[in-house]
Design a protein around this ligand. Structure first.
Ligand code: APR
Length: 320
């Protein structure tokens, strides 16, 4: 059986890390695409030379020609610009929207059967626009945000509880970052919900609130520390988990930005919700009952996404 093909559109910090992870895991052959000439080929060559040492067999190719992504099984999109200190994700909208148009058209022409994972920010708007420009079915286009937000949350919870990160699960809904809605009742240590752990004296509500706040601002904290660019290791790892769920038909239940058609009272938007990812892409949307507080927080998230879509439509007439 021929190897799978993974196309990475955007070969910057996240794109390069994605290529490294995909090769190390032998997920398939990797094409790194970028408008910057030479750089993707340089990264591909460098990574290929890690192959003999690490012992992976994967062909890596760098390109600036969309034809090279033809027939890709998975496309992961990071093309665009990242945040600089002081910028919000929404500040990237105008420039990254233009990038999504070019990328969407490239995917449509070359690999319309691919499973597409968008990482470019502002995520919930960019994944929607990428889907519109590419014309792919909604179940084949998803956004990576929830896996990362919940990974940040899990990391902070594991530190607070002094337990393995593996045993911490976290449940988040809503938009990426600042408007994410963590549901503590569904976040657990080995199945024990966080409110029970508070009752058991493992932590306090105040500490949980501080962790939720730090998680929401988790991306910004890293932008400040790096000084020039945004997070890339954890975002890449999160997207790889989604790609593996698709390629291996794992039917993983993961929080992702998915297209809603009435679930959670939302129609026609991409918002972060738990979904099942398998060989058919988004196979199911998991809809849970929310209490009033979570509903109100989720609505704030949805309204923020709506506002961004309106901004997209006013910039690009074809999206109306
Ligand atoms: N087509 C292809 N690649 C493009 C295009 C385009 N039209 N425009 C820009 N790029 C490339 C840049 O040349 C750069 O190499 O996208 C790459 C982005 O890489 P970085 O600047 O290193 O950014 P990165 O940290 O990888 O983040 C990418 O993901 O998390 C989000 O907010 C982040 O939107 C940003 C994206």
């Amino acid at each position: 059986m021929a190897r799978k093909k993974i196309a990475l559109v955007g070969a910057g910090m996240i794109g390069g890390t994605l290529a490294h992870l995909a090769a190390m895991k032998e997920m398939g052959d990797v094409v790194l695409f970028d408008i910057a000439e030479g750089m993707p080929a340089g990264k591909a060559l460098d990574l290929s030379q890690a192959g003999p040492v690490e012992g992976f067999d994967a062909q890596l190719k760098g390109t600036s020609d969309y034809k090279d992504i033809a027939g890709a099984d998975v496309v992961i999109v990071t093309a665009g610009v990242p945040r600089k200190p002081g910028m919000s994700r929404d500040d990237l909208l105008e420039i990254n929207l233009k990038v999504m148009k070019a990328v969407g058209e490239g995917i449509k022409a070359n690999c319309p059967d691919a499973f597409v994972i968008c990482i470019t920010n502002p995520l919930d708007a960019m994944v929607w626009a990428l889907r519109e420009f590419s014309g792919l079915p909604h179940n084949k286009v998803v956004g990576m945000a929830g896996v990362l937000d919940s990974a940040r949350f899990r990391h902070f919870l594991a530190e607070e509880f002094d337990v393995s990160m593996e045993d911490v699960t976290a449940f988040v809904l809503g938009g990426h970052g600042d408007t994410m809605v963590p549901i503590l009742e569904y976040s657990t240590v080995a199945g024990i919900p966080v409110p029970d752990l508070i009752k058991m004296g493992w932590s306090t509500q105040e500490k949980m609130d501080a962790i939720v706040d730090r998680t929401r601002k988790g991306g910004g904290e890293i932008v400040q520390l790096l000084g020039n660019g945004s997070a890339y290791y954890a975002p890449a790892t999160s997207a790889i988990q989604m790609a593996e769920a698709y390629l291996k038909d794992k039917k993983r239940v993961l929080p992702c930005a998915a297209h809603l058609t009435g679930q959670y009272g939302v129609d026609g938007l991409y918002v972060g919700v738990p979904i099942v990812i398998g060989a058919n892409g988004v196979e199911r949307i998991v809809e849970i009952d929310l209490d009033e507080k979570a509903k109100a927080n989720f609505q704030v998230s949805v309204d923020a996404v709506k506002e961004l879509l309106e901004a997209c439509k006013s910039i690009d007439e074809s999206l109306k």
